[in-house]
Design a protein around this ligand. Structure first.
Ligand code: GLC
Length: 456
């Protein structure tokens, strides 16, 4: 009896180690927080989706949406010549908007590489433009003091060994046809290509702050960690760039060190995302309109206030915003993007203190109606963003005894803490636990005014 229990134990331990997760990166919670600190403090970055899909100008997925063959798609490569490309201008616009870092698509799903790759001819130097686009970009963004990151697509609709799957332009109409179509395609070859290219982008351009590997869709006719060789790939990434910050789309969510932050895309999270009850680092990526790549006729552009709310709301839930621009085939930001960035910059110029270094408000601070709260734990200041401007009396529920001083953030003008103002108001405003701020009747000339509270 005893013997058999022992045997079972040995077997279980053995099985356990077979299934044990590979450890990619060993680091304490505190070390990770420290490594990510510049990024969590920054809160606001620019995503840039740029490639030859800027020419069709109807979504970066156009090749697969219209089921184009590589031959049919070739005309965009042959005509790609962004003669107005000036990444210094881009960097200046990002900085003026208040962004602290940027992430550029070094390669997107169509397989086109903006960088000079020794492993393919399908790159910028072989287009009429004739040069590596990434080198200039990295130099320009660094010169403005911005963090630099690369998006790199795991998916590749150009590589002849990338097997045809459910999102591939040549996907068949029935399940039975996949095997036949994939005869002669060998993912081992592709996996090596992927690793070689990631090594290229992480060794040719100096220190890279962020890598965005995109994306996994495991399951039948999908792709996941084994297809990418995610574990090995990530080990190499951590090896080459130990300080780099990595997104979570490699299908390694359950592997220690397999990701740094989560990436809710094109929606607002209800609350700070958690795993096993623990709050995790997060960054939402969002477009100005519905597409990531330049889309001439896309009209669903968010307005200035919506964009600011996206940023403020992210910070109020402890997250970052990565806001996307899709430059044109000439190499410029179109006017709608320029205006949107300027609008954000106008607001950030006076109000960025409620964004940088800020996070979710501490327990016990309730957000007054129609507001979003952010908090700077170092300065102990609480920020109330007025999404809908109130009338004179502004009640801070349960704030009594917690506030030393109050002012508008944009002009540092005092907001008096005083008895509610009005006539015949008996009983309508309680002051037992609440504070009342006296606001000017006229909304200040700020898209979203911010109240800065100095806490006790
Ligand atoms: C998705 C899309 C892609 C875009 C990305 C941004 O994965 O496939 O086009 O680059 O999201 O997060």
């Amino acid at each position: 009896m005893k013997k058999s229990i022992l045997l079972m134990l040995v077997l279980l331990l053995g099985l356990g180690s077979i299934h044990a997760q590979p450890m990619i990166w060993k680091e304490t919670e505190a070390e990770k927080t420290q490594r990510l600190k510049w990024w969590t403090d920054a809160r606001f970055g620019m995503f840039i989706h740029w490639g030859i899909y800027a020419l069709p100008a109807r979504h970066e997925w156009v090749k697969t949406q219209e089921r184009m063959t590589t031959d049919q798609y070739q005309k965009y490569f042959d005509h790609f010549n962004p003669d107005l490309y000036n990444p210094r201008e881009w960097a200046r616009m990002a900085k003026k908007a208040g962004m602290k870092y940027a992430v550029l698509t070094s390669k997107h799903h169509d397989g086109f590489c903006l960088f000079d790759s020794q492993y393919t001819d399908y790159d910028a130097p072989n287009t009429p433009y004739g040069k590596d686009l990434v080198k200039e970009w990295v130099d320009a963004f660094r010169a403005e003091g911005l963090g630099v990151g690369f998006y790199y697509s795991l998916i590749d609709w150009h590589h002849p060994h990338f097997t045809i799957d459910q999102v591939h332009p040549q996907r068949p109409n029935s399940r039975e046809e996949y095997a036949k179509l994939n005869e002669g395609r060998n993912m081992d070859v592709f996996r090596k290509y992927l690793k070689d290219q990631v090594r290229e982008i992480l060794t040719q351009y100096g220190k890279i702050d962020i890598i965005w590997l995109d994306y996994s869709y495991p399951g039948e006719n999908g792709k996941g960690r084994d297809d990418w060789g995610s574990v090995e790939l990530l080990k190499m990434v951590r090896d080459l760039q130990p300080d780099i910050i990595i997104n979570d789309r490699l299908d390694l969510k359950d592997v220690p060190g397999g990701w740094d932050f989560t990436t809710p895309e094109q929606f607002k999270v209800e609350s700070w995302p958690t795993i096993d009850g623990k709050k995790i680092p997060w960054e939402t990526c969002q477009t100005f309109s519905g597409s990531w790549g330049y889309y001439r006729d896309e009209m669903t552009w968010k307005d200035g206030k919506q964009l600011l709310v996206l940023l403020i709301e992210s910070v109020s839930k402890g997250g970052n915003l990565l806001l996307n621009v899709g430059p044109t085939g000439r190499g410029t930001f179109d006017n709608r993007a320029v205006e949107a960035l300027e609008g954000m910059g106008d607001w950030m110029k006076y109000n960025s203190r409620s964004v940088y270094g800020c996070t979710q408000a501490p327990e016990g601070f309730e957000a007054p109606e129609h507001t979003l709260l952010t908090y700077n734990p170092e300065t102990k200041r609480l920020y109330i963003h007025l999404l809908d401007y109130p009338l004179t009396n502004f009640r801070l529920p349960g704030y009594k005894g917690k506030v030393k001083y109050a002012q508008f953030l944009h002009d540092a003008s005092e907001l008096q803490i005083s008895a509610p103002y009005g006539h015949h108001m008996q009983g309508s405003i309680s002051t037992e636990n609440d504070l009342n701020l006296r606001l000017p009747v006229r909304k200040p000339d700020v898209e979203i005014p911010v109240i800065e509270l100095f806490l006790e």
